[in-house]
Design a protein around this ligand. Structure first.
Ligand code: ADP
Ligand code: MG
Length: 447
C-alpha cells in the first residue's frame, strides 16, 4: 500500500478534529495549518505564527495526537513549525511532560492534571460530602459503600478537579489508574472495538486497571454499544473490588437515555452532589487562587468579584484573571470600581455564557409555529426540515457545542448533517434575501 503523505494524514485528522472542537476554536487554531512531513512517527505541522504553535502545543496536542493515533494506528508525535521558518516546537518526550502525568496502562494513555489535588480544593458545605467521599475512595479504594463513587453537579463546580485529585493520590501510592472522559472512552471504543474489531483487547485494557475514573458519564447516554461495553467493564471491575469513580452533570436517575441496569449500578455505591458555592466559599476560592498566583488584592475587590460571579468556579477564576490583567494593562491599582469596569467590559462584548441550547431551540420552534419535539423528532416536511437547519445554524453560531453536541440537542442527528445544514444556510444567507430576513428576524428574538 502506498504510504500516506503528511498532508493526506493531516487532512483526515482535520476532518475529525472539526467534529471535536468548537467552530470558533477550529477556525482560530486549526484551519490554517498544513501537514509538512511525516517521518518516524513524527508529524510536523506548518502553522501561521508562534502564537498558534504555542496554543496548539499547550491545549490541543493530546487531542491531535489521539486523533492521529486513530488514523495511523500508531503512536504519533506532532511538532509545529511556523510557516516555512525553522523554529519548531517538538513534542516533549513523554517522561518530561511536566503539565500532565502521563500514565500508560496497556496502551491507554490516561492523563491526570497534577494541579488538581485535594490540597488545592476549597472545602465548604456545598461540596463537603463529595470531598470526604473522594478522600475515602483515594485512601481505601474499592470499599463497597462508595464503589462506585458518583459525583454530580453543574458546570465548573469542581467535579473534574476532585476526580483528578483521587487519581493523583492513587498514582502516588503506585496504583494503576485509568482516567478518561466518557467522550474519550467512546472514541476509543469506536476506534478499537468497532473500527479495528478488537473488542476483546479494548476490554482487557480496562479490566486490568486498579482504579477507573470516568469524567462526564452523561456523554455516553444514547450510545448503546459504548454503554454496553462500559457496563461490562464496570461489572468486572466492581466484582474485583476495583474503585470506580464517575462524574456527571446530574444524578444517576436524571441521566437521559441510559439503560436502567446501568443506572441502577451507578446508584449502588455513593452519590454525592456538589452545589454552587455560597458567598463565603467563593471568597475563599478567590483568596486561595490570588495567594497561589502571588497577586495581592484588597478584600473589597475580592468580595466584589465573589458577589458578581455566582454559579461557576471556572468563571470565578477567569474573572479574577481578567481583573488582574486589566489593572496591569492600565497600570492602575485594582479597586472595586476597576473590577466592575473589567467585568462589565467583558460581559457586554462577549456574553459570559452562551444561551442554553434549549432556549434557542424553543425560540426557533416558536418562530416557525412548531413544537420543540418537532425539531427533535422525525418529521420530514419542508417547513420542519428548514426550521431544523436554521436551528443547527444558530446552535453552531451562538454556542460552543461541537457538531456532535448539536446533533444530540436535535434528537441524535449525525454531526455531518449538522455541518451540511450550517454550510447550506451560511451560503444561502449570502445569496437569498428571504433567508437573510428570516435569520435577522430570529436573531432579534434569540436569548
Ligand atoms: P467541573 O468538572 O465540575 O465542570 P472543574 O473541576 O473543571 O469543574 O472546576 C473548574 C475550575 O474551578 C477548576 O480550575 C478547579 O480547579 C476550580 N475549582 C472547582 N471547585 C473548586 C474548589 N472547591 N476549590 C478550588 N478550586 C475549585
Ligand atoms: Mg469537568
Amino acid at each position: 500500500m502506498r504510504s500516506r503523505t503528511a498532508q493526506e494524514i493531516w487532512d483526515t485528522a482535520l476532518g475529525e478534529l472539526q467534529l471535536q472542537v468548537s467552530r470558533a476554536n477550529y477556525r482560530t487554531w486549526l484551519e490554517k495549518t498544513k501537514g509538512l512531513s511525516y517521518q518516524e512517527n513524527q508529524l510536523i505541522l506548518s502553522v501561521p505564527n508562534t502564537f498558534v504553535a504555542e496554543y496548539l502545543d499547550k491545549n490541543l496536542r493530546s487531542l491531535i495526537e489521539k486523533t492521529l493515533m486513530g488514523i495511523t494506528q500508531s503512536e504519533v508525535r506532532v511538532g509545529f513549525t511556523v510557516d516555512g521558518r525553522s523554529s519548531t516546537i517538538e513534542a516533549e518526550p513523554v517522561q518530561q511532560a511536566s503539565m500532565q502525568a502521563v500514565i500508560p496502562v496497556q496502551g491507554i494513555v490516561s492523563r491526570l492534571n497534577p494541579k488538581y489535588t485535594f490540597d488545592t480544593f476549597v472545602v465548604s458545605n456545598c461540596n463537603r460530602l463529595a470531598f470526604a467521599a473522594a478522600c475515602s475512595a483515594a485512601d481505601k479504594p474499592g470499599m463497597s459503600s462508595y464503589n462506585p463513587l458518583f459525583i454530580y453537579g453543574g458546570v465548573g463546580l469542581g467535579k473534574t478537579h476532585l476526580l483528578n485529585a483521587i487519581g493523583n493520590a492513587a498514582v502516588t501510592k503506585g496504583m494503576r489508574v485509568i482516567a478518561v472522559s466518557a467522550e474519550q472512552f467512546t472514541n476509543e471504543f469506536v476506534t478499537t472495538a468497532i473500527r479495528e474489531r478488537k473488542a476483546e483487547e479494548f476490554r482487557n485494557r480496562y479490566r486490568n486497571t486498579e482504579m477507573l475514573l470516568i469524567d462526564d458519564i452523561q456523554f455516553i447516554s444514547g450510545k448503546e454499544a459504548t454503554e454496553e461495553s462500559f457496563f461490562h467493564v464496570f461489572n468486572e471491575l466492581r466484582d474485583a473490588d476495583r474503585q470506580i469513580v464517575v462524574t456527571s452533570n446530574c444524578p444517576p436517575h436524571s441521566i437521559p437515555e441510559i439503560e436502567d441496569r446501568l443506572r441502577s449500578r451507578l446508584e449502588w455505591g455513593l452519590s454525592a452532589g456538589i452545589r454552587p458555592p455560597d458567598f463565603e466559599t467563593r471568597l475563599a476560592i478567590l483568596q486561595a487562587k490570588a495567594r497561589k498566583d502571588g497577586v495581592e488584592l484588597a478584600p473589597d475587590v475580592l468580595s466584589f468579584i465573589a458577589e458578581s460571579i455566582r454559579q461557576n468556579i471556572r468563571e470565578l477564576e477567569g474573572s479574577l484573571n481578567r481583573v488582574v490583567a486589566y489593572s496591569r494593562l492600565l497600570r492602575t491599582a485594582v479597586t472595586p470600581e476597576l473590577a466592575s469596569e473589567a467585568l462589565r467590559d467583558i460581559s457586554c462584548r462577549q456574553p459570559r455564557t452562551s444561551p442554553a441550547p434549549v432556549l434557542l431551540l424553543e425560540t426557533v420552534a416558536d418562530y416557525f409555529n412548531l413544537e420543540l419535539t418537532d425539531l427533535r423528532g422525525s418529521k420530514r416536511d419542508k417547513q420542519t426540515q428548514f426550521a431544523r437547519q436554521i436551528a443547527m445554524y444558530f446552535l453552531r453560531e451562538k454556542t460552543n457545542l461541537s457538531l456532535a453536541g448539536i446533533g444530540r440537542e436535535l434528537g441524535g442527528r449525525q454531526p455531518i448533517i449538522v455541518s451540511q445544514a450550517h454550510k447550506k444556510i451560511s451560503a444561502e444567507l449570502a445569496t437569498d434575501p428571504a433567508i437573510k430576513e428570516t435569520i435577522e428576524a430570529l436573531r432579534q428574538k434569540l436569548p
